[in-house]
Design a protein around this ligand. Structure first.
Ligand SMILES: [Zn+2]
Ligand SMILES: [Zn+2]
Length: 331
């Protein structure tokens, strides 16, 4: 759980013992096998995101096994492998839910922010928000798909690159390295702009058409771009690289301050700047199906769940490329 938010290097997480949670109506209890480490967990642990509940257990890329059903639950059976993701619940009634935009729900529940997540041996999930995972995909491979993958997918669609067009990817962490693979499989030309030799090397290995520094210029104008780095100063840089009519989608839940924009150089000619907020369950289902069809492969770095602090500190310092995954010991 997050004891007191603070720099990842100071170890903001505490290991605590809690009773095994009992699933309520419509819920499943999941024995966690592994849980991906998302930048949102880092924002939460460091206090960029205000805690929504004191002592919450982070983790929203959970792969585990159903081990108990709450009253009325029947979508899954004990023993089934499921995925638990960021969107843990919606009210189903607000004006956004009614129009199919449940990602904007006025009363959402987020896993690992409002309710305890997967940096634990067990967690609860509403069965309607759990995912069946593609078979033939190892647990550690599947975990990063559940947030990094799904949010990247929504951001990719938001960037609205036409068939055969060019996509810019700014920042190259867990989400970007999955999104780049999907964009390439879908026939886009992918230009990666990122810092860090390791990230640049991974982008090249995955087949990016060009790789350069985060504040560099891609070799062609971009039809669309996704900003994955939580760096507001890159917004004008990416907007300047867009072709007429291009869209920059900001994928993160948190972004440092965006500098003043120059209308002519950065927005005119119908360039669009937009954000991406969470995802719908339909996004999740579509992405998991595409990930299976195209054989997307997460590059993962494994940690024991007892080393969650170290994984967060390594993420903060950019000490690995790809996606970190916590391996959780059985109780
Ligand atoms: Zn709603
Ligand atoms: Zn996430």
């Amino acid at each position: 759980m997050v004891q007191r938010p603070g720099p990842a290097s100071s170890g903001p997480l505490r290991l605590v013992e809690r009773p095994l949670p009992e699933p309520g109506p419509g819920q499943l209890r999941v024995r966690v096998r592994c849980c991906g480490v998302c930048r949102t967990d880092l924002h939460l642990a460091e206090g960029d995101l205000p805690p929504r509940r004191p002592g919450v257990t982070p983790g929203h890329e959970v792969v585990g096994t159903v081990d108990a059903l709450g009253p009325g639950s029947g979508r899954f059976a004990p023993g089934d492998r499921v995925g638990v993701a960021w969107l843990g619940g919606t009210d189903g009634r607000c004006r956004f839910c009614r129009r199919g935009a449940e990602n904007l729900c006025l009363h959402p529940t987020f896993t690992g922010w409002d309710v305890d997540g997967g940096y634990a041996q067990a967690c609860l999930v509403a069965e309607d928000y759990a995912y069946r995972l593609p078979e033939g995909l190892a647990d550690e491979q599947a975990a990063p798909l559940l947030c990094a993958g799904i949010i990247g997918y929504r951001a990719l669609r938001a960037a609205a690159v036409p068939p055969g067009g060019s996509l810019g990817i700014y920042g190259f962490g867990a989400s970007a390295h999955l999104t780049a693979q999907l964009a390439l499989r879908e026939g886009m030309r992918v230009h990666v702009l990122t810092r860090g030799a390791g990230n640049q090397r991974l982008a090249a290995e995955l087949g990016a058409d060009s790789v350069g520094p985060a504040d560099g210029r891609p070799p062609e104008l971009l039809d669309g771009a996704v900003l994955f780095a939580p760096a507001g100063e890159l917004v004008p840089v990416a907007l300047q690289a867009l072709d007429r009519g291009g869209t920059l989608a900001v994928a993160g839940i948190w972004l440092s301050r965006i500098p003043a924009l120059d209308y002519d150089a950065e927005l005119f000619q119908e360039r669009t700047l937009r954000s991406v907020t969470a995802n719908t369950r339909a996004d999740g289902e579509q992405f998991l199906a595409l990930a299976a069809r195209h054989g997307l492969r997460a590059t993962t770095v494994g940690y024991s769940w007892l080393e969650a602090d170290r994984a967060l500190a390594d993420l903060a310092a950019g000490r690995y490329s790809g996606a970190a995954v916590l391996r959780v010991d059985p109780a």
